[in-house]
Ligand binder design. Structure first.
Ligand SMILES: [Zn+2]
Length: 130
């Protein structure tokens, strides 16, 4: 969770910074990621000022994270905010077995999706800070 937090500091989004970290089956960290724009995209002037307008372009931390490994390679994901519905679906598709999050996200169906697919979803509010 501490690694996910540090990754979130890289996010350029002034409203919501989300970080995530993935561990493999030997508990080795194999990826960290954060919410942001597609690789190589340079935001035009004023882009960060309108949250509603930019929201659809923001790639969520969990999606960016999953782009860094193959299905089945990661077992555990830690993320600073509870995955949204689409990200929880993505984590399930990648075969993630355990998901730990720090902050609640009320509009998410993640708890129901995790329960249905047998994925452990647990809030971890206490973690070592730098
Ligand atoms: Zn998401």
């Amino acid at each position: 969770m501490a690694l996910a937090h540090v990754a979130s500091l890289r996010s350029e989004d002034p409203f919501r910074k989300v970080g995530a970290a993935a561990l493999d089956h030997d508990n080795r960290v194999i990826a960290t990621a954060y919410n942001g724009l597609a690789p190589g995209f340079v935001a035009p002037a004023g882009f960060w000022e309108d949250r509603e307008k930019r929201q659809k372009f923001m790639l969520h931390a969990e999606v960016n994270l999953c782009s860094l490994f193959k299905r089945g390679e990661a077992k555990i994901v830690a993320t600073t905010t509870m995955p949204c519905t689409a990200c929880m679906q993505t984590l399930c598709a990648y075969g993630i077995k355990e998901v730990y999050y720090r902050d609640d996200y009320q509009q998410s169906d993640a708890p129901e999706i995790a329960e249905t697919y047998g994925v452990k979803l647990m809030q971890v509010a206490d973690f070592p800070h730098a």
